[in-house]
Every structure is written in C-alpha cells, then in structure tokens.
Design a protein around this ligand. Sequence first.
Ligand code: SAH
Length: 249
Amino acid sequence: MEGIELLVDLHKEGLRQGPGSETTTLKALELMRLPPGGPFRMAELGCGTGAASLALAAALDVQITAVDLFPEFLDVLVERARQRSVSDRITTQACSMDDLPFPAETFDMIWSEGAVYNIGFEQGVVYWHRFLRPGGFLAVSEIIWLAPNPPLEIQGHWDVEYPEMGTASAKMDILERHGYAPTGFFVLPQDCWTKEYYDPLQQRTPAFLKRHNHSAEAREIVEAEKKEIDLYQRYQDWFGYGFFVARKV
Ligand code: SAH
C-alpha cells in the first residue's frame, strides 16, 4: 500500500480525523445565530468520516453535501448516517475542496473542520466565498498560535509543516479582507485533541501495525503520529485550533 492509502486505512475507523467534538460543532452553529427556517443547504468540506455532518444533520433542518478527497471516508460516512437515521439529509461528493462542482451561491452554510490547511486557509476561504449565498455563513476551524514567541522547536516544526500558521487576529483579518464579517470565535478545548482525537487514534495503532505486518511504511506513519502527539503534549499552551464563524457580506 502507498503511504496515503495507509493513512486512510489508519484514519477511516476513527469517528473523527482531526481535533474537534460534537459539542464544539454545535457551539459554532450557535454562533451563527441562524434565522429560523430551513431546510438550509450546507457543504462540509474535508468531511472525513463525517463527525460534523452527522452532528449537524441530527440538530438542524439541513441538506448537507459532504465533500472529501477520499471515497473510503465517504463510504464510512454513508454507513454512519444510516445508523443515525439522517441519510435523507446527507449526500456525498468525492472531489477536492479547491475544485468544487457547484454553481455559485449554492449554500447557506459552508463548514470545514480541521481540513482547510490542505489548501491553505486564505486560498480556501477566498475560493469558497463564491459558493455561499449573500448572508450565508462560513464555519471553519484552523490551527493557530495561541501565544506570542513560541519556543524554537515548535516554531520550527510549524514553519516547515504549515508556514501559513498564524494568530487568531491574523485569520480574522484574512476573513475581513475577503468579504466576510466574523460573527464568532473560540479556541477548541484540549480534550478535543486528546480524548476526542489522539486517544482513539493511539488505541487503533497496534491493530493497524498488525494488519500491515509492521511494514516500514506503516511504522513510519505511526512514528509521525507519535511525534505530532508528543509535540502537542509539550507545546499545547502555544498552539491550538481556533474555530471561526463568519457571514458573507
Ligand atoms: N473534518 C473531519 C476530517 C478532518 S482531517 C474531522 O474533523 O474529523 C482532513 C480531511 O481532509 C481528511 O478527511 C482528508 O481526506 C481531507 N482532505 C485532504 N485534502 C483534501 C482536498 N484537497 N479536498 C477535500 N478533502 C481533502
């Protein structure tokens, strides 16, 4: 298996593929102060196995198009939607979040948790803007610096891994410069990383390694995850996920 297929294999059994929680998804929804009504039209971009779509479909009169690059994740999402009896509210689309097959002004809401970094925050919010109807909402979580002057080790790590990493105010500024009015912001609590994401991920790794006969490629992936978790444990006061909610103006 290629590295990317192995990554999908490690992550597809997870309820989520990045930091977050059902509680924080619903908190972001609250920050939109949606007018009463529905059904709302929403796209979730980089949905993985659908943590956010499933929570929102259960909470709201909404029609969701859940988008991810990997059909394997979408297959799991479809099965989970069936189990939660929300299949009639969710359709899936395998495509890239920077090449969407939708007409302009299709959606009342665009949602994306822990995924926009794949194309970069600025490119993502600029490109997605056209798919929102005027007055529509964006909810996007993005990794940010939580404090100035981080230690060299963690600064160096993110300079390489995600040079676009910035502070909350820098991300707000990007939103404001590109036709959005921010309506809310919060930082994901630490258990969104640990209890919700890293703990289950670590529990899955022994079976993953076994499934792939401890191949060099599989071990490399596990080592990279371990390094990421270690960095988070040591430097969680310096970086985290910000959840940004904004309205298209
Ligand atoms: N939103 C989910 C998954 C976050 S992980 C959650 O919070 O659990 C990032 C997701 O982005 C993965 O599912 C990955 O497959 C997807 N992804 C990566 N590059 C992408 C692209 N170019 N277009 C669409 N999805 C992409």
